[in-house]
Design a protein around this ligand. Sequence first.
Ligand SMILES: Nc1ncnc2c1ncn2[C@@H]1O[C@H](COP(=O)(O)OP(=O)(O)OP(=O)(O)O)[C@@H](O)[C@H]1O
Ligand SMILES: O=C(O)C[C@@H](O)[C@H](O)C(=O)CO
Length: 331
Amino acid sequence: MTTITFPQGKQFDLVAIGRLCIDLNANEINRPMEETMTFTKYVGGSPANIAIGLANLGLNISFIGKIANDQMGNFIRNYLAQKNIDTSNIVIDKTNAVTGLTFTEIKSPSDCSILMYRNNVADLLLHPVEVQEGLIANSKALLISGTALASSPSREAVFLALDYAVKHGIRIIFDLDYRPYTWRDEAETAVYYNLAAEKCDIIIGTREEFNMMEKVLHVQLDDEQTASKWFTYKAQLVVIKHGGDGSIAYAKDGSRTKSGVFRTSVLKSFGAGDSYASAFIYKLMQGETVDVAMKYGSASASIVIAKHSCSDAMPTLDELEQKVKNGTYET
Ligand SMILES: Nc1ncnc2c1ncn2[C@@H]1O[C@H](COP(=O)(O)OP(=O)(O)OP(=O)(O)O)[C@@H](O)[C@H]1O
Ligand SMILES: O=C(O)C[C@@H](O)[C@H](O)C(=O)CO
């Protein structure tokens, strides 16, 4: 039964780095974006959602990022502070950059898409000198997300954060979070994803995201081959997600764990990955085995995809325990 160890005696359980954005989720569901007239505003951005999920479950979380110097930026910072997330390394942009917006389209539970407005966004302007080494040294784990690698200077900020994490011996978790919108082309994307993944202990992504990383090398790997590749670098655990078919975790010790899913009444599909990651990481950090962590990740995802928001819908520990106890886990 595989477990992952984390350094102890640190101020923060986890520090996340990356984008802090706004989700505008369609209120009128089951219709295309063209016919959607009203949206509800939530804090969004994959690493923000994961951080919020972890904070809801009771972990002590910090965030490294950059926000716009406007009401949207204030909204994001206030929301995180209200969730007891440390905002001391959230830098305010001084260049009139804007907050990234994600409009969501909910045509049906299985047909959802997102439309991102990401020109001149503040999150991608985080500079390496703005990353506080002390914060990383004082955390048990660093969470990075692939989208922050899309352009400079955020790309270098993430690579410096990775170097600090390696220097201080803290665990590094990489949620691949591939969003094509901010990238120039797939080859560039894959190069930077592969460089970052080499430094990470836990890599979480969908089969499609790993395919993108492998395509540039002209190889097509199956799940086991993908995991084996990363074990030749620093990875201890590679989780490959397959949507409604669950996920598979491969550990460097040779174990392979397949998760089930909690069937639910799906409202929208997005947010599944972020909620899965937050409960999965939470349980790993509690010293639970990978199979238990995957079960809680699946439970968390099933709660969030049944609700309208991603960040606001992240479960409390009590809700999560109830789902695990009373839900139907199909393996
Ligand atoms: N239809 C579903 N019913 C129940 N659980 C689901 C469903 N879809 C996804 N999940 C759960 O969520 C987990 C992650 O889903 P998925 O593989 O779709 O991640 P993702 O593509 O990163 O999500 P996102 O759409 O948020 O980017 C799955 O492993 C599963 O546990
Ligand atoms: O990651 C984003 O920027 C958008 C998310 O906040 C969004 O809610 C989503 O797609 C979650 O998977």
